[in-house]
Design a protein around this ligand. Structure first.
Ligand SMILES: O=C(O)[C@H](CS(=O)(=O)O)OP(=O)(O)O
Ligand SMILES: [Mg+2]
Length: 235
């Protein structure tokens, strides 16, 4: 039976062997939630980029360029890091390059895995179905915050563990911790997260609506998968 593990921060990735595994990169607030929403609303593919200048260079190739640093849209870019960028305006057929504080790094640092998927609460059920069919060991790579543990990404790992229970062994301590944390929080994730560092940061920026949107489960069925430099919907 395949197993599920959880890496609480990309800084811990050197301690894990990703070979032969499927990595699920998660940044619930808000990068992977925004990516799942973008691909569900007409964006054809996404280039997750680490640096601001490399991201901006994609504009010359006809891409929408999105960048966030410390929760706000970076100067000179088309978009920031909100899922509402893809709900409030028709972006059908557009290509997107994006760089954020935590999420894009987590995706890029997971490339030693056999496959890199992008997960969020918004597509947690679809991700569970995908990895169940693949039958490979899974490791959830939490984006965290600037290398530190965060609650929301760990809650996603717990939600995925609950969906995979019975089909995957959940015997790694980090997976058990995430699982029980999610069980404690699932009835009211927003309430559970109300004192978390990220919610406090985003509340100060008056973007509570993003948080509420990003905490919905199974809104979308798209599973973004990394093909070379680009995230595309899994077939
Ligand atoms: O844009 C976000 O919500 C965060 C910014 S911060 O972590 O609150 O500074 O970036 P992300 O890369 O989506 O975690
Ligand atoms: Mg985040």
């Amino acid at each position: 039976m395949p197993s599920m593990d959880v890496c609480f921060s990309p800084e811990l990735l050197p301690l894990y062997n990703l070979t032969g595994k499927i990595a699920v990169a998660v940044d619930v607030l808000r990068a992977t939630s925004s990516m799942v929403t973008a691909l569900s609303h007409g964006i054809t593919h996404i280039a997750p980029v680490s640096e601001l200048d490399s991201c901006l260079a994609y504009r010359d190739l006809g891409y929408l360029v999105a960048a966030e640093r410390d929760g706000i849209k970076a100067e000179g870019f088309d978009l920031g890091n909100s899922p509402f960028h893809y709900l409030e305006e028709d972006r059908t057929g557009r290509m997107l390059a994006i760089t954020t504080t935590n999420g894009t790094q987590a995706i890029r640092l997971s490339r030693a895995a056999d496959e890199v998927l992008v997960g969020a609460f918004l597509n947690v059920g679809a991700v569970a179905e995908y990895v169940r069919k693949a039958g490979k060991d899974v490791i959830v790579v939490c984006a965290g915050w600037k290398g530190l543990f965060n609650l929301e990404d760990t809650l996603f790992a717990g939600a995925l563990a609950e969906r995979l229970e019975g089909d995957f062994t959940l015997n790694h301590d980090a997976t058990l911790a995430a699982y029980h944390l999610y069980k404690a929080a699932k009835a009211d994730k927003l309430g559970f997260l109300s004192k978390s560092s990220h919610v406090q940061r985003l509340e100060r920026l008056h973007i509570l609506k993003d948080i509420e949107f990003c905490l919905q489960e199974d809104t979308y069925t798209v599973v973004p998968v990394l093909k070379g430099e680009f995230l595309v919907p899994a077939e």
